[in-house]
Write a protein that binds this ligand. Sequence first.
Ligand code: PLP
Length: 372
Amino acid sequence: MHRDTEIVQAGYRSVADAGTLLPGPQFSATYVTPGDPADHAMTYGRFQNPTWTAFEEALAVLDGGQAVVFASGMAAVAAVFGVTLKAGDVVVLPSDSYYTTRALASNWLHPIGVQVRLAPTRDNGQAAALDHARLLWVETPTNPQLDVCDIQELARIAKARGVLVAVDNTTATAYLQRPLTLGADYVVASDTKALTGHSDLVLGHVATIDPQDATALRTWRMHHGAVAGPMEVWLAHRSLATLPVRLGRQCQTAQRLADFLASQPDVQTVYYPGLHGHPGHEIARRQMQAFGSVVSFDLATRGRGEAFLRNLKLVREATSFGGVHSMAERRARWGGDSIGEGFIRFSVGCESAEDLLEDVGGALRQSVALPR
Ligand code: PLP
């Protein structure tokens, strides 16, 4: 069966079943459970929920393995750190990963005795930092610089040295890239982004092939209470069926936007794995189905970056990415990344490509009219 068809059907009741296609959200803090709790599939709202189960079945179709849903992408990141690392262990993170992942490690893992080692994503730079490591944390393409590394090659090197591999798959989503099939032990995602795509919920998940790892993650969730609300999970599940349509279109428009920006003399650098000149282009072609919905570029100065954002008519200035509505921001306003003041992270939505390119072209003309 074609993958798009599998995703449209994922986690829904079978065509032979009478009744609703996808049961609505189940709001239940507790369940009636006479006698031995082991006799009941559902016991308490922090332990299990049928709406989670349906969504996790759908995620398992996308990622492979077993999926565990969490209250946010960061709750999912923290769970993988929690089940794999203890005092004395070494974790190797990308120096250009999503900033909060690095902040979580340096603020909370380092003080309890986990050594945090940073190395660049580009050119598989993390391979050289694996000595005595317990966990290799990969993010590809990275947020916001969209650097790419070779998951299969890094997993091969890490495995040979007994190092566990986790991949943050947020920017690509499981539709474009399947790290578990490339040798990763864990795949993690912020489902707040393109996976659900409507900018209306915060959610995350982890998938893993080993059933014992999945059990450990569920136990972590139960003990730490990082549980998702049934409404968010149900909305996420409903959004999943349109993932191939949404993201397919977003990727096509993102490529056109990247090509256009790359042709503009006043745009310093365009970061998009779909561009032939991108240092990770060949790897991305091999391991991704398409190159994603985010395009980053550099307008050299804060003034030009702000003028660009101010003059956009269709595109909102907002953080986050992957939604059906295009949005952009000057990423340096948050701090934490090695980027210039004019660096723009642009999330391409589902508007018509022509309208979007016209809007971007107009805002760019206004922006570059300013001195550098
Ligand atoms: N990982 C990446 C790559 C992200 O971009 C984000 C959020 O932007 C997260 C993890 C955290 O996700 P959430 O905001 O859902 O907690």
